[in-house]
Design a protein around this ligand. Structure first.
Ligand SMILES: [Zn+2]
Length: 69
């Protein structure tokens, strides 16, 4: 299991869920109940310089972004 950040495409809600890898497809937004949620790849931001300004982190949507841009 892992704590993964998600963002809802429907309402923009950001939330964290502890999910099993096999269960990722069934994540739903806690605010609106939509299953149109996207995983936020926080790890990209923290694991190397190549992620700077790229990927999903450029929007500052992940909590681990503050140190990389
Ligand atoms: Zn939502």
């Amino acid at each position: 299991m892992a704590l993964i950040d998600f963002r809802c495409d429907n309402c923009g809600e950001k939330f964290e869920e502890i999910v099993k890898l096999s269960n990722r497809e069934s994540i739903k937004c806690p605010k609106c109940g939509s299953n149109e949620v996207k995983q936020v790849f926080e790890g990209r931001c923290n694991t190397g310089g190549s992620a700077k300004g790229g990927g999903s982190c450029s929007s500052g949507s992940c909590g681990g972004c503050s140190g990389c841009h």
